[in-house]
Write a protein that binds this ligand. Structure first.
Ligand code: XMP
Length: 517
């Protein structure tokens, strides 16, 4: 598919993916590449523009990522952000110095000249800064276009050469006009047309899947998560019954979730659907195991054993498809991880699994390999997937296995499923679900004393956890109103057998993690 593309050169900044997402949100396709990608390769891809990301280093540190001056002579518009701005100044003969006072947070800047970058942006506006070095002298031919009280060069440019640089971060929402500035660079400077729209994506992808697959078969491992569900829906639209979805239900999903996934896909989509119920096999393997890492390992290994066994049963395998998305393929600060054509590497949350040697396919298909999560969701909605599936909260690969401390047993799974269902029901009914990124129950395997009528009880404690977060790297516990917590607690202790106490987890991340194991 031919569309204009922008290259985001990654110098190790924490916001590199955010920059790429913002570019895409402006309707322009972009890819993240390592800072040390050969310049010939960057130029040969004919990007409409290049963006240098920020990074934690100082340009004067020789171990910092640098770039040859050649890139500036390629005639391609460049926007440098933060470290990327300093690098542009340094490489082109300007000067970078250390600030007496680091600038951090929301800072007022004043734009000094008419600039294509600041079109329709008020002269005084607020941006997000986070830097210790600053550009103390701009290179020859450059003009300072914005400054702040502590930073004489908050932006500079050499419009003739289409080189632009900003000390601040236009990609974060704290920069009031960040979106406009990104848009201005893409459209006013790079001349982008905005040809990256999801309508075209669905149509073009379905067409190219049809061409690629022809009359062969395709097998996809369906987990019920957003990515594999959207990949399944796209493939089903392209090749219908030539698609076989294998759904391994290890019995560690939330209450009734396995049935929900099966019903959704068998009713709504044209495909062959194979559900493998293997709870007992998993329970056997997990018997007596209490160490969290060992449990994770067993669940992961068993999952793939079952999956490969099922695949071995399929004749005429054709292609292997998976719901890999763009962030799975990139690694912060390093550009592409798996890279294009990363055959036989299977996506999981925390690790990559190799396909067994005896299983052969015509090739691997990753229909979502270019998309960010928000784009995947858009595609899912366009394909008619139910809202609750598209907007499903993240659910760990090992499922409830990481929410039951100690040994996993059938009884504990049932207790947790029931308690979790009550909690989710109350959150959804109360209308606060959209404010929370993740909310679930945990079974800590602790028994506490309680009282019921005249009897003393000694039953399970349930913990409930709800977090707000942007990216799951940090998270805060959600301030759920007391009356909702009270209803949750009443219902769980009344409705779920073997539970006599409920506690609410008020730990943020760090120091805690979102999950308990
Ligand atoms: P933590 O507990 O690391 O969780 O703060 C951050 C996010 O990752 C999810 N998570 C997992 N997902 N396999 C997964 O697929 C795992 O082993 C796993 N552990 C944590 C967690 O639910 C949260 O969204």
């Amino acid at each position: 598919m031919e569309h204009q593309s922008v290259t985001v050169l990654d110098f190790g900044g924490q916001y590199n993916q955010l920059i790429a997402r913002r570019v895409r949100e402006c309707g322009v396709y972009c890819e993240i590449k390592r800072f040390d990608t050969p310049i010939d390769e960057i130029v040969a891809a004919k990007p409409a523009g290049i963006i240098f990301t920020g990074g934690p280093n100082s340009v004067y540190d020789m171990t910092s990522p640098h770039i040859s001056e050649e890139i500036f002579r390629a005639g391609i518009p460049i926007l440098g952000i933060c470290y990327g701005a300093q690098l542009m100044a340094y490489t082109l003969g300007g000067e970078v110095s250390s600030c007496e006072k680091s600038e951090y947070g929301k800072i007022a800047i004043h734009t000094k000249f008419r600039s294509a970058l600041f079109a329709d942006v008020p002269g005084d506006n607020i941006v997000w800064m986070s830097h210790t070095d600053y550009i103390s002298r701009v290179p020859e031919g450059f003009t300072v276009t914005a400054s702040s009280a502590d930073c004489p060069c908050a932006a500079m440019e050499c419009a003739d050469r289409k080189l632009y640089a900003v000390q601040f971060h236009p990609e974060v929402t704290h920069s009031e006009y960040g979106r406009e500035i990104m848009h201005n660079f893409l459209y006013n400077v790079c001349g982008c047309k905005g040809d990256w729209v999801m309508d075209n994506f669905v149509e073009n992808t379905v067409q190219s899947l049809k061409e690629q697959i022809g009359d062969k078969n395709v097998i996809l491992g369906l987990s019920g998560g957003v990515d594999s569900s959207v990949a399944a829906a796209l493939l089903s639209r392209a090749v219908g019954k030539q698609l076989t979805c294998v759904f391994v239900d290890q019995g560690l999903m939330r209450k009734d979730e396995g049935d929900y996934v099966e019903q959704t896909f068998t009713r709504m989509f044209d495909m062959k659907f194979v559900r493998v119920n293997c709870r007992d096999r998993f329970l056997r393997e997990l018997k007596g195991v209490t160490d969290p890492e060992q449990k994770r390992k067993i669940i992961g290994t068993q999952f793939y054993n079952v999956f490969w066994d099922e695949i071995r049963k399929q004749d005429e395998r054709g292609f292997f498809a998976q719901g890999t998305i763009y962030p799975d393929r990139i690694e912060s600060g390093r550009g592409n991880k798996a890279g294009q054509g990363s055959t036989a590497v299977i996506k999981t949350h925390h690790n990559m699994v190799k396909m067994p040697d005896d299983i052969e396919f015509e090739g691997v298909i990753e229909p979502l390999g270019e998309l960010f999560k928000d784009e995947v969701r858009k595609v899912g909605e366009m394909l008619g997937l139910p809202h609750e599936l598209v907007w499903r909260q993240p659910f760990p690969g090992p499922g409830l296995g990481v929410r039951i401390m100690g040994e996993i047993t059938a009884e504990k799974i049932e207790i947790l499923q029931e308690a979790d269902a009550v909690f989710r029901d109350e959150i959804e009914k109360s209308g606060i679900a959209c404010d929370l990124r993740q909310y679930f129950a945990v079974l800590p395997d602790v028994h506490t004393v309680g009282v019921m009528g005249d009897h003393r009880t000694y039953e399970h404690l349930i913990a409930i956890r709800a977090v707000t977060t942007d990216d799951f790297m940090t998270a805060d516990w959600a301030r759920i109103p007391y009356d909702i917590l009270a209803r949750v607690s009443n219902r769980i202790t009344n409705e779920v057998e073997h539970v006599n106490r409920v506690v609410y987890d008020i730990t943020s991340k760090p120091p805690g993690t979102v999950e308990w194991e």
